[in-house]
Design a protein around this ligand. Structure first.
Ligand code: GAR
Length: 187
């Protein structure tokens, strides 16, 4: 059993996959807290439905958020922080005190960096006529999408794909990859 904190800014389907795998017994972990910078994130409802405590970030500046979260997280026993569709940069205090991983919906180092999240990534991949995209799980550092890569999964891009088609295919692969990787963190 190991303790996770999940950060999510939006829909939270990735969070839901983690919850579902814990509930089914496939993943021997416990989500201590779900953190969001977006009070309207559906991820928060998913957490509440699963009786997981939630925390909404108050500050806006990255440096202030960093100190705010360092304080909040100090009240929990945490083995791993998972960024699951979390769109803000992570500050140096959190980076130095926790192991943090992020799942990104493309084959980094391509299609990463500021502004490259969610559908923006899939639109860019399709506009560039790529035939392959995928998912990257990586450690988080102080820059967007540039920490050491843990694993990648390649996904086909078909000529008539819409960004929505590609997103669905990538997200399906993303959940499989993340759960497999999280199982490797199990104690
Ligand atoms: C996921 O596909 C994740 O890779 C992406 O946002 C989506 C969140 O979906 N993250 C990024 O683009 C980060 N750069 P969800 O809210 O349904 O879990």
């Amino acid at each position: 059993m190991y303790n996770l904190v999940v950060f999510a800014s939006g829909n939270g389907s990735t969070l839901q996959a983690i919850i579902d795998n814990i509930v089914s017994g496939n993943l021997n972990a416990n989500i201590q807290l779900v953190v969001s910078d977006n009070p309207n994130a559906f991820a928060l409802s998913r957490a509440q439905n699963a009786n997981i405590p939630t925390y909404i970030i108050r500050n806006k500046q990255i440096s202030e958020v960093d100190f705010e979260l360092l304080d909040v997280l100090s009240h929990y026993d945490i083995d791993l922080i998972v960024l699951a569709g979390y769109l803000k940069l992570i500050g140096p205090n959190l980076i130095n005190n926790y192991t943090i991983i992020n799942t990104h919906p493309a084959l980094l180092p391509k299609y990463g960096g500021k502004g490259m999240y969610g559908m923006n990534v899939h639109r860019a991949v399709i506009n560039a006529h790529e035939t392959k995209s995928g998912v990257t799980l990586h450690y988080v550092n102080e820059k967007y999408d540039s920490g050491d890569i843990i694993r990648q999964t390649v996904v086909d891009v078909f000529p008539d794909d819409t960004p929505e088609d590609l997103s669905a295919r990538v997200q399906a692969a993303e959940k499989i990859q993340l759960i497999e990787a999280l199982k490797k963190f199990e104690k």
